[in-house]
Design a protein around this ligand. Structure first.
Ligand code: CMC
Length: 434
């Protein structure tokens, strides 16, 4: 259940000779909102807000974010602490259930994720029919929506049990689907999940072992993957999460809502940026490593090029996730003894951007996508899979947000308004007369 926001004040709208009171609401951390829910009913006006820069579409008790101060907390816990002390599966439980699990609950949740990790054998056929270079995000979204036909909603059982089941299935099977789509892309046989491996190690094993070559996931990779997935696990009302809520508001099932979120995440301005970053760094490297040239291009208003991995709608300071990922990147490369020329390019790019007034005035800093790809690359994961990894991480957040929306007593189908600026009423002219 979403706790109510407190009414702390009243603002006034003076319009057309009338004064309209507008309630001012306050959330737990002191952020304030103007309640405009009755605006159109009372005044005939609608609010126009491109990109929802000022629009809160819901109240939520899941994630708190202060973009000015660089704060990110899940259910009240700072991400820094969770990344250091927790594991992805525990964080998934926290997001979905609203509290940290007791030891036994954690063990059971982990066991359930292991038990549900296989996908229906017939789904294996789907992968086979994709063209060789199909993007894994296309496969992932199609497979997730297909899960709804293989695992339809239960006819018996309470809605809570049903949701628990679907949640577990999704969390567990998404990584299997992801690893299968990678194996398909390189023409290797699928590797089935193993019951003796935990979530992240299991995923790495499905990605990198083969019938001719056993694989032991290096602990540093397991740890880094846990950290990366935790840091991607939720980010309040970002584009893909807002999509999951919007699609879910039509009361469609969870699989279909998540598939829609995966499609939104694919975009290069959103989760697709991690693939763009590595491709940008590779292009710089191949062109001789001149970082200054790309910075000039990014500042040129006549050029649509942007520096991928920089800037954020809500962070106007250093993205707290990027700080942790940068540190983890050094650790992974060091331990695996990987010398990445892209890391030095990224570091120089960051240094120059932070010292440049164009970026400083616009408060553009490295975001979550800037260093993650270098870690994935060091692990041997190809760039087309980077956004898939983002999706695996974001899944518990999408589920938690979907669940919260469905349980919200103020639930409404989401249906924005518009200002019509097309032609005024005119009569049809037959084709002979045109
Ligand atoms: N490179 C160059 N200029 C930029 C960049 C960038 N990466 N980001 C923003 N700007 C400029 C933008 O041109 C605008 O300049 P002006 O005020 O002169 O018109 C100003 O900064 C404000 O940017 P905006 O586009 O109005 O900001 P937004 O909140 O609408 O967009 C963004 C946010 C993330 C889409 C944008 O910063 C961007 O395109 N970044 C690169 C793509 C990227 O890294 N995306 C991942 C975001 S974090 C993970 C996630 O959300 O999935």
């Amino acid at each position: 259940m979403v706790p109510a926001a407190t009414r702390v004040d009243t603002a006034e709208l003076h319009y057309d000779g009338h004064v309209y009171p507008l309630p001012v609401l306050e959330g737990t951390e002191g952020e304030r909102a103007l309640d405009t829910q009755n605006l159109r009913k009372d005044t005939g006006l609608v609010a126009l807000d491109y990109g929802y820069k000022n629009t809160a579409a819901c109240k939520s008790a899941i994630t708190f974010l202060d973009g000015e101060k660089g704060i990110l907390r899940y259910r009240g816990y700072p991400v820094e602490e969770l990344a250091e002390k927790s594991r992805f599966v525990e964080v998934a439980y926290l997001l979905v259930h609203g509290r940290l699990p007791a030891h036994r609950e954690n063990e059971r949740f982990s066991e359930l994720l292991t038990r549900h990790s296989m996908i229906h054998e017939d789904m294996g056929q789907f992968f086979k029919n994709y063209p060789e270079h199909a993007h894994p995000m296309a496969i992932l979204s199609a497979m997730v929506v297909s899960l709804s036909s293989f695992y339809p909603e239960l006819s018996q059982g309470s809605p809570e049990e049903e949701l628990d089941f679907t949640t577990t299935r999704l969390l567990s099977k998404l990584r299997t689907v992801a690893a299968f789509s990678y194996k398909k892309s390189i023409g290797e046989p699928f590797v089935y999940p193993r019951h003796d491996l935990k979530y992240c190690a299991n995923f790495l094993n499905m990605m990198f072992s083969s019938p001719v070559c056993p694989y032991e996931p290096p602990p540093v990779m397991v740890k880094a993957l846990n950290v990366l997935l935790i840091l991607h696990a939720d980010h309040e009302q970002n584009c893909s999460t807002a999509t999951v809520r919007l699609v879910g508001s039509a009361r469609v099932n969870l699989y279909a809502s998540i598939a829609a979120g995966i499609c939104a995440l694919w975009g290069p301005l959103h989760g697709g940026a991690n693939q763009q970053v590595i491709e940008m760094l590779e292009t710089i490297y191949r062109a001789g490593g001149d970082v200054k040239k790309v910075i000039e291009r990014a500042k040129d208003k006549k050029d649509p090029f942007v520096l991928s991995g920089f800037g954020h709608r809500v962070y106007k300071s250093y993205d707290p996730r990027a700080k942790i990922i940068k540190k983890s990147c050094m650790e992974v490369l060091d331990t695996l003894q990987v010398k990445s020329p892209l890391l030095s390019i990224a570091q120089e790019l960051e240094e120059r951007v932070l010292a440049d007034s164009y970026f400083a005035e616009r408060k553009l800093y490295p975001n979550v996508d800037f260093y993650s790809g270098i870690i994935y690359q060091a692990m041997g994961i190809p760039s087309s899979m980077f956004t898939v990894l983002f999706a695996i991480g974001r899944l518990p957040g999408w589920i938690a947000q979907w669940k919260e929306a469905m349980e919200d007593p103020e639930f409404k189908i989401q249906r924005p308004r518009q200002i019509y600026t097309g032609p005024a009423m005119r009569n049809y002219v037959s084709s002979a007369e045109r």
